[in-house]
Design a protein around this ligand. Structure first.
Ligand SMILES: [Zn+2]
Length: 424
């Protein structure tokens, strides 16, 4: 993450030039205070769709925008009051451009909003500006700006200002919620975003992987999309995350510089096709999971997460996470292959079961009688094991060892042919 103070020192469209410009003594030192945005540098521009003006990240803004009261277009994020843009009187002036409250034109500038509310707003802005700075590094050619509904200035908001990414005609709207989301909040933000940016704009909701409010880990799953087994983290989606996926928004989690893109995992049980036998040891193979993608579908019991570098988003103006989607397609192919394999085993199982039954019917009565007289009556408890060995006594030339049905299963079928008193 780049410190806000670093990004303020050079134009927005450059990539990582501040690192070398940073004084050595400053390197590696990050106090909490230095990361907090200064409210005097920020204002909502209600004449420009609620864009948040950041005088530190946009050093040309004070020269480009009208100064003074400017018909009340600048509003305080915390209290909603009108602000005045003050700028240097000359190019030689060392005065730092800033916003001041309209009602406090002289003396110390003080925001009348409660301290807790101001702290909340600052925390939201810190989160969003961190994402802004992070994206700036990977998408240097895009225009990034924070926007808030102008009506929300001065009020407590449920969702921080949205980060708008413009790349040519393409618009991506990124949300980064911190508080618990209600269905109404989510629906309202989705509707408002579509109304403002159109249905073609991509709407991303980026949750923090370490935020227990928005990330409920559910173990891991080993998958094999390609030639090797990899482990994916699973999460239990929150109702809001399910709502977002159903509405067509993209939900993801951010972990450092890695995005985690979800697919849906649904429990399934194979239905039985003609000629298949899923009994015995095959029973556990009947249960499997199926994927829904590129977004998790309604009803997914868990979501698997595919990691993708944040950097990869810069490859496509529409942000489509193509690499993650390709992995999801590979997972679906693997799932289809898995089903074909299991159904083949179930058919083989059925064939061998039938053969075993037929062979049993062909066993001479004398052979059965011999066993009845020598083994079975003495130790009924050992019958399952003994029965498993019985079919090997008659000739079974066609059977290959690796295709043998399970011991337990054959035992049960043999049991049905035995006198009732020996049955387990
Ligand atoms: Zn204020």
């Amino acid at each position: 993450m780049i410190r806000p103070t670093d990004t303020a020192r050079s134009p927005r469209t450059s990539t990582l030039p501040r690192t070398s410009a940073r004084p050595p003594a400053d390197t590696g030192y990050r106090s909490t205070r230095s990361e907090l945005p200064r409210m005097g540098q920020l204002a909502v521009d209600i004449a420009n769709q609620g864009q948040i003006i950041d005088l530190r990240r946009d050093p040309d803004a004070h020269a480009r925008l009208p100064h003074g009261r400017a018909d009340g277009r600048y509003r305080c994020l915390a209290c909603g009051h009108r602000l005045i843009l003050q700028r240097p009187s000359s190019t030689n002036s060392r005065f730092t451009p800033r916003f001041r409250h309209h009602t406090h034109a002289s003396g110390a500038d003080r925001c009348p909003a409660p301290a807790q509310h101001q702290a909340d707003i600052q925390a939201d802005l810190t989160t969003m500006l961190a994402l802004h700075d992070q994206l700036l590094r990977v998408l240097p050619q895009t225009a990034l700006s924070l926007h808030i509904d102008p009506d929300l200035t001065g009020h407590r908001w449920d969702i921080p200002p949205a980060l708008i990414v413009r790349h040519g005609e393409q618009i991506v709207v990124l949300e980064r919620p911190r508080r618990l989301l209600t269905p109404q909040t989510v629906a309202h933000r989705i509707t408002a975003t579509r109304a403002q940016h159109g249905t073609k704009a991509a709407h991303w909701w980026v949750f923090d992987r370490d935020d227990p409010l928005h990330c409920d880990p559910a173990g891991t799953i080993n998958v094999r999309p390609y030639d090797q087994t990899i482990t994916h983290t699973k999460v239990r989606p929150t109702p809001a995350q399910r709502q977002l996926a159903t509405a067509g928004a993209t939900v993801c989690w951010l972990a450092g510089d890695t995005l985690l893109i979800p697919y849906g995992g649904h429990q399934r049980t194979y239905n039985t096709h003609p000629g298949e036998d899923w009994s015995g040891d095959m029973a556990s193979w009947k249960r499997d999971w199926t994927i829904s993608h590129p977004r998790p579908a309604d009803g997914a019991t868990w979501w698997g997460l595919i990691p993708q570098p944040l950097l990869a988003l810069g490859k496509r103006p529409d942000f489509r996470p193509a690499t993650a989607h390709a992995t999801m397609s590979a997972l679906q192919r693997a799932e289809q292959g898995r089903e074909r394999h299991r159904r083949r085993r179930a058919r083989e199982h059925a064939q061998h079961s039938t053969q075993a039954s037929a062979e049993q019917l062909r066993i001479p009565v004398a052979a059965t009688a011999t066993r009845e007289s020598t083994e079975a009556p003495a130790r009924p408890a050992s019958l399952p094991h003994a029965m498993a060995t019985v079919p090997s006594a008659p000739s079974t030339p066609a059977r290959r060892p690796q295709q043998r049905p399970s011991v337990r299963h054959r035992g049960l079928r043999w049991a049905a042919l035995l006198p009732r008193r020996w049955r387990p």
